[in-house]
Design a protein around this ligand. Structure first.
Ligand code: PLP
Length: 405
């Protein structure tokens, strides 16, 4: 059984007042709160260990490097990656996907096909669109059915005749659609394409095994699972990482530098120029450990129950339009209420202590497909309770009544 009270005690921020009311934080798809063990790990690192990594010969540098590389081991084990060499630290999902899109600038050429989907966050859409515009490649966007499920027939048609890359989210940050990533990878591979999975949302909503999935790349951000901001991961198969031409240049990524040319360090350091965010990586290692401690599978199942409960409760509100009805919805639910702008609604319920996201959720192509320009989004984490969903739904209902007057 999932012990929510014990979990909540690791997140003191959940006990604060917001605008004089008990905080109900339901914006976890944007950023999850950081548990105390992660804060303590980082505090300890800064107090006792801090030094630049992979550089000095002194005690602290060794200790700091050890902690940084242990964090890489934690990521490799969390993803079930074959080795730590498959794990590149980045600034986040956005950083990781740009590393791949820019890294493939000599791999994708005129007339080639790159495929993404309408479900994507801008982070897994714009880098591919821009790559195609620069390389003269064709950018194809796969659609969804009326329930918000990814249209696999459209994907098959898009890659028919060959494609270089298929970039797909594991879980939509608007509809909560969990995509059939095994099939997506398999369809991509049959067409000879590399497959990148955006796991920014998916990472907390299930167990991702990169070897079983057989994806070529997978990206995620630390702050979506209780780690600090500014740290993320690019997982890659060695053969896929070897294809990437570094996009950023600087210290530590190099082997020999002369006035004429430069040779590169081995992977993964080749793709980590400059001083890395080692403190963030160490925090990420602690966050992954925390998630294992809480129970990844149990946490994801509990979150799914919260989302299903929220969808059901919201549907009783007058004028409610919940977007999508996917086969598997995880992490969030987005909606609009007739006659009420989501920005006004979220601003008003914030005064009641309830934190939801409003706006385009960095997914304008998807919102266009849904026929709107903004949504309100409710996204629980495993530390939220059913009572908090009740409190949020009641605030939304009251807010809508007030705004309609
Ligand atoms: N992809 C998805 C599905 C997301 O939800 C997000 C953030 O909300 C991102 C990518 C971008 O993540 P970050 O801003 O941490 O780079």
């Amino acid at each position: 059984m999932f012990d929510i009270e014990s979990v909540r005690s690791d997140f003191p921020i959940l006990g604060i007042q917001a605008n004089g009311r008990p905080l109900v934080y339901l914006d976890n798809a944007a950023t999850m709160q950081m548990p105390l063990p992660v804060q303590q790990t980082m505090q300890y690192h800064y107090e006792q260990v801090n030094a630049n990594v992979h550089r000095g010969t002194h005690y602290l540098s060794h200790e700091s490097t050890k902690a940084y590389e242990e964090a890489r081991e934690a990521v490799a084990s969390f993803l079930h990656a074959p080795s730590t060499r498959n794990v590149v630290f980045s600034a986040g999902t956005t950083g990781a996907i740009n590393m791949v899109a820019l890294g493939l600038r000599d791999y994708v050429g005129p007339g080639d096909v790159v495929v993404s989907t309408v479900l994507e966050h801008h982070s897994n859409f714009v880098p591919w669109q821009q790559l195609c515009l620069e390389c003269g490649a064709q950018f194809k966007v796969v659609g969804i059915d009326q329930n918000g499920n990814l249209n696999l027939d459209e994907l098959r048609a898009a890659v028919c005749g060959g494609a270089k890359v298929v970039a797909c989210t594991c879980c939509s940050n608007v509809l909560g659609t969990v995509t059939p990533i095994r099939e997506v990878v398999s369809i991509a591979h049959q067409a000879g394409a590399l497959c990148l999975l955006d796991a920014a949302q998916g990472i907390r909503h299930g167990v991702l095994d990169v070897q079983a999935l057989d994806c070529d790349f997978l990206a995620f951000s630390g702050h979506k699972l209780g780690a600090p901001t500014g740290i993320g991961v690019l997982y890659g198969k060695m053969s896929a990482l070897e294809l990437l031409k570094p996009a950023w240049f600087g210290g530590e990524m190099v082997d020999i530098v002369t006035t004429e040319r430069t040779t590169w360090e081995e992977l993964p350091l080749r793709l980590e120029p400059g001083t890395p965010n080692y403190a963030g990586a160490i925090g990420l290692g602690a966050a992954l450990e925390y998630l294992e401690f809480v129970g990844r599978k149990e946490a994801a199942e509990y979150e799914d129950e919260l989302v299903a409960y929220a969808v059901k409760s919201l549907s009783h509100i007058d004028g409610m339009n919940v977007y999508g009805n996917p086969e598997h919805r995880s992490g969030c639910v987005s909606f609009n209420i007739d006659g009420v702008h989501p920005f006004d609604l979220c601003t008003l319920i914030d005064k009641m202590g309830v934190a939801l996201r409003s706006g385009n959720a960095c997914a304008q192509p998807l919102l266009n497909a849904l026929g709107c320009t903004a949504v309100a989004r409710l996204s629980p984490a495993f530390y939220n309770s059913f009572e908090e969903i009740d409190a949020a739904v009641s605030a939304i209902s009251r807010g809508a009544q007030i705004l309609r007057k």
